[in-house]
Design a protein. Structure first.
Length: 327
């Protein structure tokens, strides 16, 4: 852990005080975040508890309710703020779930100190090792990290309303979970457009992504599953076209709400199709997966029968391959 991160850790977060570190507040304010104070406050507290972790790998757990008590926030508010932090800081904050011996499931966190300092204090990235140039983080699945992926389509919106919302208005796609698949920035929208977005989100509080007219939308988990699917496709075709993220997330949402499926069932079926000789070139989107669900289900069942119906380990999460705490 870097010297700067240790210092910041000592200055942020308290047991009996609510601390809003100025560098964190400045970082989110410069991004135009309306919830800059809450984001800085929660992140500061997570940094504080990260410094108290006794685990060698740096992971620590903290319930949303407990964190909320420390910051005078509800568990739901903490959950939404943490989701926004993940969107703003991919590669810095990682979350997951862990089951305690008592059977209780708790939220686990991990902070990459060096990556955090690189974001908050970009001019001091190499302060501990001035002779070294930080390596360029790889993007995508290619060995050299060169994504080779085209810019994302913005749809038919004349004012450039962003696809990602995440509680408050987000104007830059480089702060989102799908940033590594797009180099195009969203344009500034007018007040009328913002008001329309606010109205939509007031009726769909779980939506973090949607089209201008609101016909297609999805939750944070839907977006995460969509990104996971796309990364599976990239393992077969590195030049695969960037998805229409709202449509992908919307289809996954409909599969949950209308078809009664879980994220696990959806992703598990997609993974099976992705490795099947025939289906891997025919199931290249959530929409296609939904259309062919019946045929896939029958074929998967028959294959399992031919393989002597090997018992599935439902407690295993190996099938997820990077979905983290989604399921």
């Amino acid at each position: 852990m870097s010297r700067i991160f240790n210092i910041v850790s000592e200055l942020t977060g308290q047991r009996n005080s609510i601390v809003i570190p100025r560098p964190l507040l400045r970082f989110f304010s410069l991004k135009g975040e309306q919830q800059a104070a809450q984001l800085a406050m929660v992140l500061g507290q997570l940094i504080y508890w990260s410094g108290k972790s006794k685990l060698a790998d740096g992971w620590f757990y903290k319930e949303h309710a407990k964190l909320g008590e420390e910051l005078e926030l509800s568990a739901r508010q903490v959950q939404r703020i943490v989701e926004k932090l993940e969107l703003h800081m991919p590669g810095v904050l990682t979350t997951g779930t862990h089951q305690l011996p008592s059977g209780k499931t708790v939220k686990h966190y991990h902070l990459d100190g060096e990556a955090l300092i690189g974001l908050i204090f970009p001019e001091q990235k190499t302060i501990d090792k001035p002779d070294e140039n930080p390596p360029t983080l790889p993007v995508g699945n290619s060995e050299d990290g060169n994504p080779g992926i085209p810019k994302m389509e913005l749809g038919d919106s004349e004012v450039g309303i962003p696809y990602l919302y995440a509680v408050n208005y987000i104007q830059r796609d480089d702060l989102t979970i799908i940033s590594k698949y797009s180099s195009q920035r969203f344009s500034q929208a007018n007040e009328a457009t913002k008001a329309k977005a606010d109205k939509f989100i007031s009726h769909h509080p779980d939506a973090v992504i949607f089209t201008p007219a609101g016909k297609a939308w999805g939750t944070f988990e839907d977006v995460k599953a969509a990104v996971w699917m796309y990364e599976k496709i990239l393992t077969l075709d590195a030049s695969a076209k960037t998805p229409n993220w709202p449509e992908w997330a919307n289809t996954i949402r409909l599969m949950r709400q209308q078809d009664g499926l879980t994220h696990r069932e959806i992703c598990e079926a997609f993974r099976w199709a992705n490795t099947h000789e025939f289906w891997q070139s025919n199931i290249l989107s959530p929409a296609k997966l939904r259309v062919k669900w019946g045929a896939l289900k029958i074929q998967r069942t028959n294959q399992i029968g031919k393989q002597h119906r090997e018992e599935l380990d439902w407690d295993s999460t190996d099938w997820a391959d990077g979905l983290g705490g989604l399921i």
